[in-house]
Design a protein around this ligand. Structure first.
Ligand code: MN
Ligand code: MN
Length: 274
């Protein structure tokens, strides 16, 4: 038996298999759900992976899920789970970059589009919430997870609330968090990016033994905040910005906690965390 010829024919078969299977694999990969359900509490704007949905375009990543707004060049909202498994000691990667997973024909916001704008490149899913692997930390630096954020907001009450969330996780909690903006301010980057007037965040605090929406009861702790995206608030405490989810639903037009039963939504959404 000629070993060389057998090997050549095996390589040939392998090549044919790859060429025929790869395009199919890509299609399948597109439809695989992320391993963690970052949308366990619902999809508040009913975002979908449809090209015509230019301003409410669903992007699902292993690390978080978001609705992208092409007109504004920012996410409408970003939703993610946070528990101990996401936390480690990986260094902040700082590799801000355009999100190449946007549809190929769409204009992509680049890190440089925020230069000299006066705004920080503000994370929605914080870098500090994804420190278990380099890949997961790097994932938070795509510009589809970023909004123009006033430095006093980003480095004041906003970061304090991010740290409080990780304190809750250290106490054994599992969080479902969603954050975004509403309203418009003067565009930056020649009209490519529109900074939100306000930034909001909703945090559902669960025990690690609870699973998704089924773990939610009328007693579940829910924190909602609404902060102006402006200078002059750096010294303020995040607790001063607490609001009801109902008020955020009115301002954004979204339906939060939509996968939770209506009676429980009604209770949780008009309560301010004490
Ligand atoms: Mn930040
Ligand atoms: Mn709701």
């Amino acid at each position: 038996m000629n070993i060389g010829r057998v090997m050549r024919s095996q390589i040939c078969i392998a090549t044919i298999l790859c060429l025929t299977l790869l395009p199919g694999c890509e299609l399948v990969a597109d439809k695989i759900k992320p391993p963690v359900d970052h949308l366990a509490l619902g999809n508040p704007s009913k975002a979908r992976v449809v090209l015509a949905n230019t301003d409410n375009y669903l992007m699902q990543k292993p690390q978080f899920v978001l609705s992208y707004n092409r007109t504004k060049g920012i996410p409408n909202w970003v939703s993610w789970q946070l528990n101990q498994t996401w936390l480690g000691d990986v260094e902040r990667r700082n590799n801000f970059r355009a999100d190449q997973s946007l549809p190929p024909t769409w204009d992509k916001v680049d890190s440089r589009d925020y230069s000299r704008s006066g705004y920080d490149r503000g994370h929605m899913t914080p870098s500090g919430d994804r420190t278990n692997t380099e890949v997961n930390n790097s994932a938070t630096f795509v510009m589809t997870n970023i909004v123009p954020q006033a430095p006093d907001n980003n480095r004041g009450p906003w970061v304090d609330l991010e740290n409080y969330c990780r304190d809750l996780v250290d106490q054994g909690k599992e969080l479902y968090i969603i954050a975004g903006g509403y309203g418009d301010q003067t565009a930056i980057a020649n009209g490519k990016v529109i900074p939100p007037r306000n930034l909001w965040k909703i945090i559902v605090v669960m025990d690690e033994t609870d699973i998704g929406a089924d773990g939610i009861s009328p007693n579940t702790q829910v924190i909602a905040v609404d902060m102006p995206n402006k200078q002059g608030i750096k010294a303020r405490e995040w607790q001063q910005f607490k609001v009801t989810i109902d008020s955020l639903e009115k301002k954004t037009g979204y339906d939060f906690l939509s996968s939770v039963s209506t009676p429980i939504q009604n209770i949780l959404e008009n309560r301010i965390d004490p």
